[in-house]
Every structure is written in C-alpha cells, then in structure tokens.
Design a protein around this ligand. Sequence first.
Ligand code: GLU
Length: 422
Amino acid sequence: MAGEDNKKHYRLLSCNEASKHHFERAANKVKIDRQHRSWLKIPFREIAVHLPVVMDDGSLKIFEGYRVQHNNARGPHKGGIRYHPEVSIDHVRGLASWMTWKTALLNLPLGGAKGGVKCDAKNMSEGELERLTRKYTQAISVDIGPYQDVPAPDVNTDEKVMAWMMDEYSKLRGYNPAVVTGKPVDLGGSPGRKDATGRGVASIVEHWANSNNYKMAESTAAIQGFGNVGYYTAHHLNEMGCKIVAVSDTGAAVVNEDGFDVEKLFRHKQETGSVAGCPGSTTLESSEIFSVRCDFLIPAALENAITKDNLADIKAAVIFEAANGPTCPLVEPELAEKGITIVPDILTNSGGVVVSYFEWVQNLQQFSWTAEQVDLELQRKMKNAYQRVVDKASEKKVSLRIAAYMLAIEKVLSAARTRGAY
Ligand code: GLU
C-alpha cells in the first residue's frame, strides 16, 4: 500500500489521547473554569481485575479485565464491554470518556463508562466466553447496577454475553434486568436494540443527505467493517435507496458498482466467514475500501482506521463515523482541506446507546414498548441531536465534531456545577 513507508514516521493517538485532543479544542470555545476543565477530562473510577478462567483443554488462563467509569454528573455510568486483544486500561479510559460525551449530546440522563477484557474472543469457544463473562461480572459486580453503572454490548460482545452478565449479577445481588442493556428480547431486552446503532447511523446519513442536496436513491456508500454495526447500517441505508458499492471486513474488501444485495452479502459472510469472493463482486485487500469511489464513507470497525496511510486515497464527500474514534485526529485538518466533511462518532453511532436507554427505562418501568414506539423515539432523538449539532456548528463556525463536543461539554459542565463537589 502507498503510505506503508510513512507508517514508521508517525505515531497514532490512543483513544484516550484522541478524546482529550477533541475535548481540549472544544473546551477552548466553551466558558469553563480551570478546575472543571481538569475534572471533566479524568475518570471517576478505574477498575482492573484479573480473571482466572478454565479453558476447554483444562488449562487455566488469566485474563485482564477493566471497567472505567468516566463521569456520572448527569446520571448512572453507561457504556459497552469490549472483548478484544487490544484492550488496555488506557484504551478503555478513552472509550469511557466518549460515552460521557455521547450520552450528554443525546440528552440521555446517563453518564459514561466502558469496560473490556483483553482476549481473542473470535477464537474462544462459547463455553470459554461464558465462563469469562461470568468471572468478569463477579469481579465488577459491586460497582455496577441499574443506578450505578449499566454495561452493554460493544465490539465482540452481543446479546448472549449481556444475558450471562444479567444472570450472573442477578445470582449475586438479586434479579435485576436493568443492570445491563442489549439483552435478548425474551430476557428484558428492547425491540430494536440489536440494529439500533446501524439504524441510527442510517438516519444521520439521511439527515445529512437531505440538508446537503444528496438524494439517497442516487447516492453510494462504502462501509468498512461488516459486524453488527456495519451490517445493519448497510441494511437500513439500502432500504432508504442508497447503493452499497463496497464493504470490507478484516479479510478483504468487496466492490460492486451496481450495489450489493446486502442480505445476500450477509449470508455469504455467515457461510464463508468473510465477505471475500461474494458472487458478482471484485475482491480487493481489506485496506482498499478507503479508496473506493463513493459519496458516503462509513468506517464501522475500530479506531484509527483513517490515517495518513489512506488519507490521500479517500474519494468520498463525507465520512460518517459509525465506529468510535475511526479518524485519527491528526489527519482531520487535511481532510477538511480536501473538503471532506466528518460527521462525528458521538453523534453518528449514538443510536445504540439511545435504544439502550429505552431498554433501561422499560426495565425500570417493567413495561415493554412496541418496536414502532422504539423506532419513533429513536428517530426523534437522532434528528434533534443532528439539528442541534448542525446549528451549533454554523453559529460558532466550527466543525461538526467541535460543535458536538461543545454541546456535550456544556451539558456535563452544567450538571457538575449544579451538583457541586458531589
Ligand atoms: N457500545 C455502544 C457504544 O459505544 C453502546 C453503549 C451502550 O449501549 O451503553 O455506544
């Protein structure tokens, strides 16, 4: 790849550095005193645990697990649990702070947190994952709870993992489905939670398209990552008439200028383990997804996907950050120079936590909403947040990212100030 040589000459920012980078720039535009400025950057509580798990071959393996509770000025901590080999305390710290800004921006009465276990979940059996999840839940059980901290799915964790967490927590502290969100619907989950992040991404794309003279039916999208978020984003965009011309996963990128049948591509991935070789498409290297000609580029995998290595190749008009932190902050000025808009993660991918909030509310109310009601409320929240970010950006003449952070910081700051040294 072009840029392979450059790799050695610069260092990518970690999630924590990236989050602070955006925070500082937005805080410069907000009336904030020095004390609160320092306070809002640092986490309230950091938990590190070591988890002994019996593996299928009888060996004992010790896993590192974390939960970082960043800020709860506006309500209980909220955020996902990630199972990934790259998980570290610093990584989780950054991801936790993003949840604080996301919940504040969407005006949810919640704070921010994130958890993770350093593991290669894709190569673990279901039994190993269940034992790991139960151990992790035991280890953090005193610090989570419906009014304390409410975990949810994230990378490589799904509704099954949330069901194990809920069950383990309930065994230890009494039945309480509101302790986690993203559960199976039969166990107190919400209709619409599974596809909520993708649904939210698609609705942000639609709002942006409407206000920028793009017709969904004439637009094209390339999606990096075909997990839960990538797949449901593709599915909902396709329903809106947008052509999905390229999709990638860790193994390959596939391109079809006529637009993919998203369900067929999904089945192909399920059957073969990769999008590679999907009939009717051209298979490329995974990293070549960024050079595909399209209107909307949607990174839906991990952080630091868009870097100096692929910056020059990008041909899209706009980047919708479906993942958390997919754009290296250091390349943002160059993207702006190229006229490429970034619609930031804390807005674009917030549909997941919005429906998590609805799930939590339903659990506390002990009353289920219909799928239609969930979707209506989700759409309302996404539209409202989109409009506030766009208005703030034009009023303050700042990027959508800075506008989103400014709105979020103002919310958290106001709650923290009112509560005092709570
Ligand atoms: N992991 C998702 C995120 O990063 C969802 C978090 C939640 O639902 O609490 O936004």
